[in-house]
Design a protein around this ligand. Sequence first.
Ligand code: UDP
Length: 229
Amino acid sequence: MVRRVILKISGEAFGRSGFDLKKINFIKEEIKSVIYEGIRLGIVIGAGNILRGRELVRRGFPLVSSDYIGMLGTLLNGAILKEVLIQDGIKADLFSPVYAEKIVRRYDPFIASKLLDEGIVVILAGGTGLPFVTTDTTAVLRTLELGGDIFLKATKVGGVYTEDPKKKRGVKFFKFIDYDEFIRRKLEVMDLTAVALAKEKRLKIIVYNFFKKGNTLLAIKGKTGTCIG
Ligand code: UDP
């Protein structure tokens, strides 16, 4: 029985560029459908709608500074999501290892875990607080640290395929794929560092289409998406 889940939502779910309130309300409704089932939910937030470190690197910025700026982007998404949830009467709190007093609390796994126990939605921004990795890796780490049963990776495709189904037709879908095969095929739907870490700790990852209404709950129940395990 899945009781505690960490969900990773890319910045793209917040808008193509910047913020789209309609999209954020969709995220909120998906969150509600999960917590109303009594499932404890932590959410790791990306920043693709604002900035990814590598976009700055491409323009000549140093990698470390670029990644820290990328992390700041996740704080904006996190603060907006928290506000949207609270305004709808959903209890939520926001943590980050890169924090901003008054807006974002300093991440503490023990406090975050206690809040999850109480049924509060815990939003985890700021990634790991370290450069060189992405929020996929953050999500694996947080799932392990906060005792999540599974890690849900929200994407815009149905799960893991032999190649990107948005770019190629007739690709094969995996209902299940083991960690080694995922890594060997260098599949791009998820960060390979994240999969390698999950493999070491035997953490199951579910990759699914987040943008279809009701799918997050279905993914938790094993009724949609791909299981990497
Ligand atoms: N980032 C980082 N360390 C982390 C997590 C994120 O440096 O632990 C930076 C990195 O530059 C990344 C950006 O934050 O590009 C936003 O995260 P991500 O690319 O994972 O966002 P998404 O693509 O999921 O929206």
